[in-house]
Design a protein around this ligand. Structure first.
Ligand code: GTP
Ligand code: MG
Length: 246
């Protein structure tokens, strides 16, 4: 059984929370005093389309998916201000981390949140109608201020997606890591064993990686099926590099 003290979850303070200056409120609601959880990692991220798409891949076929990507990348709330398009990503750690952050966040839909759990974070969110140019309503977007992993499995996938091991203190890492002996570059959806102009170095010998990421890269390099896509592994290495993915 996993060490309960090491249970972790990913929370994202979304662009609508940042725009409405609710960051302090969210952090306060999730503070150790209220939840018993401590910070294992935190960073400000300009969310690339690649990261957004991998994060929300389970919703790829839903009608609200395009608006969800625009929302999480900050284009909805800061369309004309790329320098403000960001989220705050946090790894919380402690007993029942997943359940506790979900409880404080509340129901996904802000209207339901207000009815079922007044006072939860998402009760301060809003629902926005999406309209065609003619004004016809074609759907809605849920601006619900915060993301919280739903299960332990989702937490592991999401923490490994958003954070490199060295962004979490060594004794707080909940998942296996490995030191890479290999060198990998990435360019236009391809993994490269050596530098090509325009490529980005993802991993160099000596770097500590999530073990599952390194295993996936090895399989991809050999042309074999890997349990994770290349984009799932490399997305975090391209964050804040100033390189926008397609
Ligand atoms: P997250 O913590 O953000 O993952 O929310 P969740 O786990 O409570 O919900 P889920 O993973 O199902 O959905 C992810 C996000 O998609 C939500 O936060 C909403 O912004 C959006 N979303 C989910 N369901 C709907 C829906 O039925 N309609 C619309 N418009 N948006 C939805
Ligand atoms: Mg979810």
């Amino acid at each position: 059984m996993r060490n309960q003290e090491l249970e972790q979850t990913l929370a994202l303070i979304k662009p609508d929370a940042l725009k409405n200056s609710l960051t302090g409120y969210v952090l306060s609601q999730l503070s150790e005093f209220h939840t018993g959880l401590i910070y294992a990692g935190t960073k400000v991220v300009h969310v690339t389309r690649m990261l957004a798409e991998v994060h929300y891949e389970e919703h790829r076929d839903k009608v609200f998916y395009p608006s969800l990507i625009e929302y999480i990348t900050g284009r909805v709330h800061y369309g004309d201000k790329p320098h403000r398009q960001r989220v705050i990503a946090i790894v919380y750690q402690g007993p029942d981390a997943v359940k506790k952050v979900r409880e404080v966040a509340g129901p996904t839909n802000p209207h339901s949140a207000r009815e079922q759990k007044p006072g939860c974070i998402r009760s301060l969110g809003t629902i926005v109608s999406l309209r065609e140019e003619t004004g016809k309503e074609i759907g809605e977007r849920m601006d619900n201020l915060i993301h919280a992993s739903a299960t332990d499995e989702e937490a592991e996938r999401e923490i490994k997606l958003w954070f490199k091991p060295n962004e979490i203190p060594p004794f707080m890492r909940a998942y296996s890591t490995m030191q890479s002996e290999e060198l990998y570059y990435f360019k236009e959806d391809r993994l490269l064993p050596k530098y090509e102009p325009g490529s980005v170095c993802v991993v160099a010998p000596g770097d500590v990686m999530w073990e599952s990421d390194l295993q996936a890269l090895r399989l991809i390099q050999q042309g074999k099926d890997a349990p994770y896509s290349l984009r799932t592994v490399v997305a975090k290495y391209l964050l804040n590099e100033g390189i926008e993915s397609k």
